[in-house]
Design a binder for this molecule. Structure first.
Ligand code: CTP
Ligand code: ZN
Length: 160
């Protein structure tokens, strides 16, 4: 059990229903929150847990959202911001399913090529960008049209 879940060290209570996004690399909780949309606009309750100890990761962040199931698009964006994250679906206080996210092998239309002479950027009628996964760790995608690489930092900042 991760140390924040132990009764003595727990800093945020368990949720009744919703999604716990666990094993977020430390420092990325705010980026994950952004891709869920503004809780004040959408009206859901959310708890951010940052910088807690994890056996697997050293330090990690956690985002708990009540009453929300992530859309497929949000899961895809999560996989690009925090590929190590795990999704825990909670019903009546129990974790009823766990899911790893994994960066898709092809990402269409979501990422932008940073090569100013790339056809996907230059065209007046923009061609949908297509990126192919070239490395899981560190996460790297390659533009299908010009071969330019996007690294972890570029990917996270574009997805938010
Ligand atoms: N959790 C929660 N509310 C619940 C149930 C679980 O907020 N009603 C949170 C836990 O605090 C934990 C995560 O959901 O951060 C996963 O819960 P659980 O599977 O019980 O923990 P672990 O066994 O530590 O998970 P893992 O093996 O994936 O690290
Ligand atoms: Zn390109």
């Amino acid at each position: 059990m991760d140390s924040h879940t132990g009764s003595e060290t727990m800093i945020v209570q368990r949720i009744a229903n919703g999604t716990v996004i666990d094993h977020i690399p430390s420092g990325k909780a705010l980026a994950v929150l952004k891709l869920l949309g503004d809780p004040h606009v959408k009206g859901f309750r959310v708890a951010l847990v940052m910088n807690v100890s994890s056996k697997k990761m050293g330090k990690k962040d956690i985002v708990k959202v009540e009453g929300v199931e992530l859309s497929d698009e949000q899961v895809q964006r999560l996989a690009l911001v925090a590929p190590q994250a795990t999704l825990n679906f909670v019903r009546s206080y129990q974790v009823v399913a766990k899911r790893n996210v994994s960066p898709p092998s092809v990402v269409v239309g979501l990422l932008k090529c940073v090569n100013p002479t790339c056809i996907t950027v230059k065209q007046r009628e923009p061609v949908y960008s297509t990126f192919l996964l070239s490395s899981q760790a560190p996460l790297t995608y390659v533009c299908r049209y010009c071969g330019r690489e996007l690294g972890e930092y570029e990917i996270s900042s574009q997805v938010q």
